[in-house]
Write a protein of this length. Structure first.
Length: 210
């Protein structure tokens, strides 16, 4: 089963992707993770991606599509995979159609005001990548999971978040109609807790796989 997770930045795709991957043994393919690894290693692609990400813009399609295409042909994807953060544009979706068969598209629908609060209050562990929100940290500055230092990502500020949401609305939101027209879209209202959201997704995946 090949799945796509759609949703604006801060909709909780990463959290749900981890749960789905564990529950259904699907490789979690996150373009964000791939780019962050390249940025950390200061590769040519990483530096190029960083120049766009820091401005709240999307990485060019030709770069992103090639990375994803190379990833989904690896052995661990033979029985299915889950794409998180790709495709982000109609052009990327059309490119994906040429190299893959998608079975289900899960769209995580969240109010933009809630996303702004989630992202601007997010703190991330420098070591393991675990995410927290300032409202639950009670002043803590280290990760409860590994003890690593918590920090605020440079793009988690009101100006950049607003820019990212504007880019999403203009370029990525049309994918909802694209996949709806193909009969592949499953819309999930994700304003609640991660547990509530996953319960709705799991019911769909269980019925889909029968």
């Amino acid at each position: 089963m090949n799945i796509i997770l759609l949703g604006a930045p801060g909709a909780g795709k990463g959290t749900q992707a981890s749960r789905i991957s564990d529950a259904y043994a699907l490789p979690h393919i996150s373009t964000g993770d791939i780019f962050r690894e390249n940025i950390k290693n200061e590769t040519e692609i990483g530096l190029l991606a960083k120049s766009y990400i820091d401005k709240g813009q999307l990485v060019p399609d030709e770069v992103t599509c090639k990375i994803v295409e190379n990833r989904i042909v690896k052995p661990d994807c033979e029985k299915g995979y889950m794409l998180d953060g790709f495709p982000r544009t109609i052009a990327q979706a059309e490119a994906l159609d040429k190299v893959a068969k998608i079975d289900l598209v899960i769209n995580m629908d969240v109010d933009f005001a809630l996303i702004m609060d989630r992202l601007c209050g997010r703190r991330v562990c420098k070591d393991c990548g675990e995410s927290y929100h300032v409202t639950t940290l009670n002043g803590a500055t280290t990760c409860s999971r590994c003890g690593g230092e918590l920090y605020q990502r440079k793009d988690d500020n009101p100006e950049t978040v607003e820019s990212r949401l504007a880019v999403y609305s203009q370029q990525t939101a049309p994918l909802i109609e694209y996949y709806k027209a193909k009969g592949l879209l499953f819309n999930v209202l994700s304003n609640g807790t991660p547990e509530e959201t996953f319960e709705m997704i799991a019911k769909k995946l269980d019925s889909f796989s029968k």
